[in-house]
Design a binder for this molecule. Sequence first.
Ligand code: FAD
Ligand code: NDP
Length: 312
Amino acid sequence: MATVENVVIIGSGPAGHTAAIYAARAVLNPVMYEGFMAGGVAAGGQLTTTTEVENFPGFPSGIEGPALMQLMREQSIKSGARIVTETVESVDLSEAPYEVRLASGNIRTKTIIIATGATAKRLDVTGTDRLWQRGISACAVCDGALPVFRDKPLFVVGGGDTAAEEATYLSRFGSSVTMLVRRDVMQASKAMQQRVADNQKVIVRWSSTLEEVRGDPLLSEVVVRDVASGDTETLPAGGLFFAIGHQPNTEFLDGQLEMDDTGYLRTSGASTATSKPGVFACGDVQDKVYRQAVTAAGTGCMAALEAERFLS
Ligand code: FAD
Ligand code: NDP
């Protein structure tokens, strides 16, 4: 009979790696499927798309996101977790042991820890499909340093921490960076807002939405609407970056677990238990409130401890 795994961890951000470290140290011999550009994000998760992480405990001088994730991966392996670079295609949760479906062959497992995180959303206005990756991106840190954006007027859509951080980062490269914020307030933390205000190259356009993008073959103009007056203005643009939030990576579950109306997994009370026994969810895939590396790691720890308790 084929082996039945104790714990399969799906996803490789801070939640997945913390779960892997705890499950491995509990001698559960966990296997992690870290994904291969799953949801367009590299193994290691969202922090691989950022520069300095200044709020993860233990790094008083800050640490680059990719370096932090590499350290977590090393710690998972050192603790005894097995890591497979493959994306889980689907799961069958109709009966235990559960089936995890992969291109390399299906496996069975007594428990699953879902740590698949979330993916950046894109804005769908006229021209964005045609000019996607031709001056338009959803990851300033990945693409901002490209020569095509040097000394050009750049735009960031959004008013959250990601938008503030990306605008600050892009100011190193562009001639100016304009943030298009759809309301007259920003969702970003006070510290990030201050950073934007202190940066002379960053301009905030309040109550402004993106109407259209133009250019051939590359982006050259954006049309911006003032929400209050309804007026539109066409502005020269060398780059446009979406920073408008994220979509939880739950499609591969095909509705087999309870989710809220935006696709985030529902967990029960202060636990990481989902609607199926032995299936736990941690990190951004179940958290639309805090969405931080340290909270993802915290819930990854909880998921592993709960899986251990379930198995015993
Ligand atoms: P993620 O980091 O989203 O990782 C999930 C992983 O699972 C991804 O690699 C994905 O490819 C993989 N995956 C998805 N589907 C599958 C599948 N079917 N099979 C296998 N693998 C799959 N937080 C902070 O605390 N401090 C910061 O400074 C900070 N900066 C940020 C900067 C940016 C630009 C962004 C976007 C976020 C930032 N955050 C920051 C938030 C932080 O990155 C997230 O809260 C955290 O990464 C969530 O971790 P996670 O483990 O839930 O999932
Ligand atoms: P958020 O959900 O926090 O913010 C999304 C922003 O995009 C909001 O300003 C929202 O506007 C705007 N928006 C959404 N949809 C549209 C649209 N269709 N058109 C125009 N604007 C739109 O997402 P973030 O990615 O910024 O942050 C996610 C999490 O990651 C947060 O918890 C954040 O704290 C964390 N993070 C932390 C960092 C740090 O600590 N250094 C850095 C980056 C992220 P509105 O407010 O009107 O809804």
